[in-house]
Design a binder for this molecule. Structure first.
Ligand code: ATP
Ligand code: MG
Length: 371
């Protein structure tokens, strides 16, 4: 019906235009004056334009007419909302924090020699976080979990590397917003003067918020308890509070030798219960260290030439004797050995301009091991 009305309105305006133009022609013919013709003709044209503009501004919706019941007025339908001219894609926002992707982190962990027990523990942690994420996505309840951890083990066994990869994995699983790792030790938490330690510890906590606060040799915080004027306890108290208050946004990992970490956890009744998981990192065997050395050399595009078995046994003997030292640095010491091998090779190549840049010889190894 409305459609008919519109059509009818347009037709009537058109008829008026014709009538006015005709009247204008008649009057101008009678009056011998063309002004009448133009004037009335223009009025008609303006009326036509107004009618068409009006119907464009307020388009009258198409009304469906029921053929069975043409007399029933159709229900009112609101005009369709204007269609957007183009759709915008959301901007890619790179997460702030760890630059390592979770896939890169897993690859790095896979490449690490040994650490079978550590990798098993990490698999459990990742599986729990993944199930938790799926429960949340399905609208199921997720009880809050404390993810603070203890890494025990000697120096150079990959504790820091594992903490970094865990940060990236937690970030990609949505457990932590940033997943970066702030590494610190007593000197980064404890201040010299009274009243300053709480603030210094809070500063580190703020830096680590959204990621992992990794505290190396954490036992040194509790070691000076008997000493008057030691502010380690103030740092521990501040940490304990933050670990409780921000457990959804902060993971604290304390690291150190097993016996010393045990002392640290028993120094304060609240500490042990705040760290539900301990991951032991065993010292590497000499064979594992040799394998780490070979992988490091390969990464540097270096390769042994000469009697491989002789070189292996030379290095294994050296590693076995070095590992008896209580302060032995495991893979970190292997990294230092790689540096010394490169130096020895450089000195040899300095006198041999056509020498193979990738070759590591017997003499380079002997030089590096100072045999
Ligand atoms: N299993 C491994 N395979 C290959 N490289 C390793 C392995 N473990 C450690 N490394 C290398 O050894 C070096 C020291 O590792 P990392 O800093 O993680 O040790 P750490 O346990 O944190 O030592 P520290 O207690 O002294 O801080 C790093 O360069 C790391 O890449
Ligand atoms: Mg470390």
């Amino acid at each position: 019906m409305i459609q008919n009305l519109v059509k009818r309105r347009k037709v009537s305006v058109f008829l008026w235009l014709l009538v006015l133009t005709a009247v204008g022609s008649v009057i101008s013919a009678v009056d011998q004056n063309l002004v009448w013709y133009l004037l009335l003709g223009d009025v008609g044209v303006i009326a036509w334009r107004l009618a068409t503009i009006q119907s464009r501004i307020n388009p009258i919706p198409e009304a469906s007419v029921d053929p069975q019941d043409p007399g029933t007025p159709p229900a009112y339908q609101p005009p369709p909302s204007p269609r957007p001219r183009s759709t915008f894609r959301p901007l890619r926002v790179d997460p702030v924090g760890s630059s390592l992707s979770a896939q890169g982190a897993l690859d790095e962990l896979d490449r690490m020699v040994g650490l079978a027990a550590v990798k098993r523990e990490l698999n459990k942690i990742m599986a729990s976080a993944q199930v938790e994420q799926r429960r949340r996505a399905s609208g199921l309840s997720v009880s809050p979990v404390s993810r603070h951890m203890v890494f025990t083990g000697p120096p150079g066994v990959g504790k820091t590397v594992v903490a970094r990869t865990l940060g990236a994995i937690y970030r990609d699983l949505g457990v932590l917003p940033r997943g970066h790792v702030i590494e610190t030790d007593r000197s980064g938490l404890v201040a010299e003067y009274i009243g300053q330690t709480a603030q210094k510890t809070k500063d580190r906590i703020n830096e680590a918020m959204g990621g992992i606060l990794f505290i190396d040799e954490a036992y040194t915080l509790a070691a000076g308890r008997a000493v008057q004027g030691d502010f380690g306890q103030e740092a521990i108290d501040t940490l304990l509070k933050a670990m409780e208050d921000y457990r959804e946004r902060l993971v604290v990992i304390v690291a150190g030798y097993p016996a010393q970490i045990g002392q640290f956890l028993s120094s304060n009744p609240g500490l042990a219960s705040r760290f539900p998981k301990t991951i032991p990192f065993p010292a590497y065997t000499a064979d594992e260290l040799l394998e780490i050395l070979k992988r490091m050399l390969k990464k540097e595009q270096l390769r042994f030439v000469g009697d491989q078995a002789r070189m292996d046994s030379m290095i294994l003997n050296w590693l076995t004797s070095r590992s008896r030292d209580p302060g032995f640095g495991n893979a970190r010491e292997v990294r230092t050995l790689v540096e010394r091998i490169r130096e020895a090779q450089a000195v040899r190549l300095a006198n041999d301009p056509s020498g193979d840049l990738q070759a590591v010889t017997d003499s380079d190894i002997q030089e590096a091991l100072e045999i």
